[in-house]
Design a protein around this ligand. Structure first.
Ligand SMILES: [Zn+2]
Length: 267
């Protein structure tokens, strides 16, 4: 039931269709998705069903990782195979229909955080492939390129961020909200998640996190992560009170960050 409510919220929230203004070179376009090249071996694909839902293709010497599969992208397997010749492993930042949409069916297996298994019956009920689990701290070795798996719960129980330390960036799905965070868990969990990723950003010089809804201008930054911590602590201490959002939950806004949450998230 909780998931159903969340799904309705998501659909209402992301009804706004938007077109991303991404400056990097465009390498593929059809009616479902536009891919731009971030750097020599990294691409971002953006759909336009649920507010620039974004997927990322990350290529190493031996294999490639596809992070998320958008909402509904026909022949996504063939599209990504036109960009990389390496075998592709599909992973998800979290189980929501704009990230694990129908295109996951083109892939025989998908890797998620086990904590998001609770979302599967509602969010990806028809998947016939094998669901496998990522581990927190695990390194995905792509051959001369590595992605570290970092569990970042808050938006969903099993949200995941993937960090490329050498490149100095990561891919965070909806963990930090792309500007507007829908918090399904509680604020204490969100603070822990932000402190965890913030410490990694400091330690490894991670400048930016590519979000799950990329419009070309809303990379997550260390400042964004810190602002979420400040705002969350203000809510927990009672210093800041949420206002009723348009769909009945609560919302707080400050520092360019919006957090949508329910009353029970204050703990
Ligand atoms: Zn989501």
């Amino acid at each position: 039931m909780k998931e159903l409510v969340l799904l309705v919220i998501l659909v209402i929230f992301f009804q706004v269709k938007s077109l991303a203004q991404i400056e990097e070179k465009e390498v593929f376009r059809n009616e479902d998705v536009v891919f731009h090249q971030i750097d020599e071996h990294t691409w971002v694909g953006v759909g336009h069903v649920m507010y620039n839902e974004s997927l990322y293709l990350v290529e190493g010497n031996d294999k490639a990782v596809l992070i998320d599969a958008g909402t509904k992208i026909a022949d996504l397997d063939k599209i990504v195979a036109s960009l990389t010749k390496k075998p592709i492993m599909l992973v998800a930042t979290h189980v929501h229909p704009d990230h694990t949409g129908s295109a996951i069916d083109y892939f025989p297996e998908i890797f998620i955080n086990q904590a998001d298994t609770v979302m599967i019956p509602l969010m990806m009920p028809d998947y016939k492939g094998v669901v496998k689990y990522l581990k927190d701290g695990e390194i995905l070795d792509l051959g001369k390129r590595k992605l570290e798996v970092v569990f970042t719960p808050g938006h969903t129980p099993g949200s995941v961020t993937f960090i490329d330390k050498d490149a100095g960036y990561g891919f965070s799905g909806d963990s930090f909200g792309s500007g507007t965070l829908l918090l399904a868990l509680d604020f204490s969990t969100l603070v822990s998640t932000c402190q965890k990723i913030g410490a990694m950003m400091d330690k490894f010089g991670i400048i930016s996190l590519y979000p799950g809804h990329y419009d070309g201008k809303n990379l997550e930054t260390r400042k964004r992560v810190n602002d979420i911590i400040i705002l969350s602590k203000d809510v927990l201490s009672g210093k800041v009170k949420g206002e009723k959002s348009q769909w009945g939950d609560l919302v707080v806004s400050a520092y360019g960050v919006n957090i949508n949450y329910s009353e029970k998230a204050i703990k």
